[in-house]
Design a protein around this ligand. Structure first.
Ligand SMILES: C[S@@+](CC[C@H](N)C(=O)[O-])C[C@H]1O[C@@H](n2cnc3c(N)ncnc32)[C@H](O)[C@@H]1O
Length: 224
């Protein structure tokens, strides 16, 4: 397991290395880097085109990021968004609550040389419809990692996902069970709104596959 409580975490993504500064002592969970984000990025790195010729790829369509728009919810230090950017998801906006912005901005600045620019970022509280509208949805991708841990926020998170996602869009979710109550409610509501596919564990990156961490692909249910 590459997750560590050291103040700096490095993550190699194709031709670049991201360097993440985290502060585990802060009162905001968003200032730490959570394993789900690394697992999602390394899963995408394993399968996002281009792969060597004649490599069978069950995810070639899903992870074809060309000309796609994306938003990340609860980005924290920005690992998932930055990693997917390096894999070709170049039209992406990273969002989180206001107190997490300094940590996000610091990490975007540190990684500007490898990213080549300062990625778009914005304050977004999941219950704030004005902030959701200001992002100009719909998006082809909604990215979220380790965001299901407060029961009271679960409904808001799912509503934000639904409001931001295009009808034929995809949520890429890095998931770890944090709270049994939040877990139960999230998957109950999720099933009503989305078609849920779980990535088999042996499709994750072998060095970034932890028993307790999963990647899910969510698609909006077709309206009857
Ligand atoms: C456990 S952290 C995960 C951070 C990052 N995605 C990662 O995997 O390293 C959960 C994130 O969700 C954000 N979050 C929680 N509730 C939120 C809300 N109501 N609106 C927006 N963001 C929220 C937190 O600020 C935090 O950055």
């Amino acid at each position: 397991m590459k997750f560590t409580d050291s103040p700096v975490i490095e993550l190699a993504v194709r031709h670049g290395v991201l360097s993440l500064q985290q502060d585990n002592g802060s009162m905001h969970v968003g200032t730490s880097v959570w394993p789900c984000s690394l697992v999602l990025v390394k899963f995408a790195e394993r399968w996002a085109p281009p792969l060597p010729p004649n490599t069978p790829n069950p995810y070639s369509d899903l992870l074809d990021f060309r000309s796609k728009r994306a938003v990340e919810l609860g980005t924290g230090c920005g690992v998932a968004g930055m990693g997917l950017y390096l894999l070709g998801l170049t039209d992406i906006v990273l969002t989180d609550i206001a107190p997490v912005m300094p940590a996000l901005k610091r990490n975007l600045k540190i990684n500007k040389p490898v990213l080549g620019k300062n990625l778009k970022h914005s304050i977004l509280y999941w219950n704030n419809l004005d902030q959701i509208r200001a992002l100009n949805p719909p998006f082809d991708f909604v990215i979220a990692t380790d965001v299901v841990y407060i029961e009271e926020s679960v409904g808001l998170l799912l509503s934000a996902m639904e409001a931001l996602l295009a009808d034929n869009g995809v949520v890429l979710l890095g998931y770890q069970l944090r709270s049994p109550e939040a877990h139960k409610l999230f998957w109950e509501l999720c099933e009503e709104m989305f078609v849920i596919d779980k990535v088999p564990h042996d499709h994750l990156h072998p060095e970034y596959a932890y028993e307790e961490t999963d990647v899910y692909v969510l698609r909006k249910k077709k309206k009857q």
